[in-house]
Design a protein around this ligand. Structure first.
Ligand code: ZN
Length: 81
């Protein structure tokens, strides 16, 4: 009977079981590059506060207004000639 060696990987970030439990949605911490869960609010390793990823790809209002103004301005310049 082979004796199984039980290794402790407590200092190597999330365990495989934890990764599976959370669906494997991890991303590297921008500060210490540790694997943190995608919906984590801060890094478990260094405490870096993580910004939530943009769930919706909607443009901010100022971008829409700026784009509309640019298009309107270009149209006016083209039509005015
Ligand atoms: Zn970190």
């Amino acid at each position: 009977m082979p004796s199984q060696r039980v290794e402790s990987n407590a200092d190597e970030g999330p365990q495989e079981a934890d990764l599976a439990r959370f669906g494997g949605d991890t991303r590297p911490c921008p500060k210490c590059r540790a694997d943190v869960y995608d919906d984590a609010e801060w890094c478990h390793a260094c405490g870096q506060v993580l910004s939530q990823p943009a769930k919706e790809q909607t443009l901010p209002v100022w971008a829409v207004i700026t784009a509309a103004a640019l298009i309107a301005g270009l149209s006016f310049l083209l039509l005015a000639r």
